[in-house]
Design a protein around this ligand. Sequence first.
Ligand code: ACO
Length: 427
Amino acid sequence: MSDKKVTLTLQGEAPVELDVLHGTLGQDVVDVRTLGAQGLFTYDPGFTSTASCESQITYIDGDEGILLHRGFPIDQLATHSNYLEVCYILLNGEAPTQAQFDDFCTTVTRHTMIHEQITRLFHGFRRDSHPMAVLCGVTGALAAFYHDSLDVNIERHREIAAFRLLSKMPTVAAMCYKYSIGQPFVYPRNDLSYAGNFLNMMFSTPCEEYVVNPVLERAMDRILILHADHEQNASTSTVRTAGSSGANPFACIAAGIASLWGPAHGGANEACLRMLEEISTVEHIPEFVRRAKDKNDSFRLMGFGHRVYKNYDPRATVMRETCHEVLNELGMKDDLLEVAMELEHIALNDPYFIERKLYPNVDFYSGIILKAMGIPSSMFTVIFAMARTVGWIAHWKEMHDDGIKIARPRQLYTGYEAREFSSQLKE
Ligand code: ACO
């Protein structure tokens, strides 16, 4: 909707009028779509001031620390919902009735197995591969096994592919772990919850029954909820960009996984735990804080800062609570938690962090919880990818439902002008 306009005046040229669009919440956006035809592009590396699409899925107010999925606040979802209900909400826009939820869960659980031949695909990877490399490869390869849902122009195909990805991702993620430690793969169990089934596939073995601890199951479910979607972040934008060419959903989600892997994005939870281990004791904190503030040192406090949140990340608040619950349940006193809490305290009172509005983000506490559960740090980003798959799919589906337009940004060219070529190679 537009009732305001901005006028762009270039010296010596006729003014250009641009519509200002309003969403339901958040900033207005200037509609620059007609600018290209006027011989002008906008310049915004890193998209710090650019809305790349219209969306009804997730809303973030970074200054106020608000995160809403389909209008529902994240803390309410984390406290009163469960991951599969959140998935339903993200994908369908409304909270499900009991009957709709039961149907949804039945469909998810009926797709949890993967084609048996995929188990052989795993054996082509080195055992010491990073599980994210394996996850990325295997997810992309799913397109080779599920040909019957690849026509992105058919709504039913998009629907089936969405269920397949949501259902199979825990199976593939747990297989990445089992493969890395040389244990046999564990098949999914449809009598367990989404989180419980994942824990079982991670930790049970053919020679010993694994009983899912309800506190850990709930904690895993919360981690999944808190990572389920986050608007147009790097990996989601990657999925949308990949999907905008009409690429198949498995390839698009593999692209999202690749983007998520970076330490400035989903790789931060692994990097954060490594950093806490490196700090190791409270006495070492001032030295690391000093390094984080030093412009000549590339070191950053991992788990701090966010492109959008300039306030406490609302997910970090829930994560902090869950962290204490898990450590209590396991009767663990974790030195790293002590280091994390003191680091948080020191940073939040330091003018450098206050002025730049650098607060702990969701990854600050998740690594401690996952480590306490016995999950190795190389699996942290894999779990993030598993949780985020629903967000990626929701955005991919929304993009198709709204009608796709290939993403094709322009550039400010600063290279050579046209020049003569003469080869310097020997004849
Ligand atoms: N430690 C120390 N200084 C920091 C940090 C940090 N973690 N984050 C930002 N800063 C400083 C920058 O040096 C810069 O200072 P300056 O203005 O004096 O130059 C200022 O804060 C702004 O930082 P930018 O890098 O411009 O902010 P941007 O929005 O581009 O980056 C990012 C956001 C990538 C998340 C950044 O804060 C960071 O690298 N954090 C650590 C990694 C991390 O935790 N990532 C997880 C993000 S959440 C997620 O993906 C789930």
